[in-house]
Design a protein around this ligand. Sequence first.
Ligand SMILES: Nc1nc2c(ncn2[C@@H]2O[C@H](COP(=O)(O)OP(=O)(O)OP(=O)(O)O)[C@@H](O)[C@H]2O)c(=O)[nH]1
Ligand SMILES: [Mg+2]
Length: 350
Amino acid sequence: MSIARRSTRPPAATRSARRPRLLIAGEFSAGKTRLINGLLGGAVLPSNVTATHLPPVWLVGGGSARMAVDLSGEARAIEALDGIDVAETHHCVLSHHADCLARFDLIDTPGSSDPNMTAESWERMLPLADAVVWCTNATQAWRQSEKAVWQDMPEALRANATLLVTHADRLPDRRAADRVLRRVQREAGPFFMHILLASLIEPEDLARIGDHLGRLAEGLDALPGRADRLTAELAAQPVARPHGSEAAPVAPPRRVAPAETARPTRPVRPGRSNVVRLPLAPSGDRPADLRALWSAMIEDIDRTDATAVLACAERLIDSLETGERLPGATARPEPAATEPRPVTAAREEE
Ligand SMILES: Nc1nc2c(ncn2[C@@H]2O[C@H](COP(=O)(O)OP(=O)(O)OP(=O)(O)O)[C@@H](O)[C@H]2O)c(=O)[nH]1
Ligand SMILES: [Mg+2]
């Protein structure tokens, strides 16, 4: 996105009475909380190897207040998230000074597949969301159970949905990463506008995800509903940098009006998801062979037919991975060079 284009748009906050709300969801241990902590730049929320038992947490820009809203809508200040009664708490609200929260709110949710949490405990936040980021672990990406959950997702929320394939660093090499992406694109592509592969332990990947979410939030033109009173109050509190661990201000319990629901208006475009594809590295002395092979492959293809050209590219990639000889090839392509860590690189979003 060019600077010129960006400067013609007013920031989201001035276009709407509230900030866009991005809901982070997925099965347990998929990396939802790690993603949020990465975007915030610190361990703001507890993130564990085992399932974390917390109610949904709504993060807004601002100072460093912490509130819990119970099932009847009563809000009270809390010192920490530890010890929160999950059964009695509808959600918590935390304010934090991270830059990204000036552009959008983030809502962390319990794992959809966590046997100790009801599905309702995360689904209750869906009506508040403007867009969903669904996290899935690359080592077992997009399981049937996830597909089943996603098929019940409100139609409106699919419009701007992002599938974030996490744990890219756990895949053995670039070929494995590319294979995962292709399968995910094939099986989940119709449900998502964007698909990203990332390692949430890599700052570069987190920065790219942050950029992506910033653009996504900026693209949500009309945000239905007004600001939620509690989150708006917290967001308005003075920012205390960098004392993120300050004790929360004590406030008497009070009832808060339920937040108005959000409903993105853009239509779903099945099969149009943008994929972050790993660049293949045809290294060494093979570019000339590859070019000849590519030329032979697309000789009879209508180059204005994007689907046909993409199918050709897929075949070429497959042949590089497997070493299979393709018709028209003068040389047998070697499998693509592998690298120690497969990470997102090229963004094909713009
Ligand atoms: N190596 C690696 N570890 C990750 C990645 N993403 C998350 N983790 C780790 O995986 C574990 C689970 O991550 P969480 O962020 O707590 O997962 P979650 O989806 O919030 O889990 P629940 O809240 O229990 O549903 C933690 O130990 C994270 O540090 C990743 O991309 N790479
Ligand atoms: Mg979590």
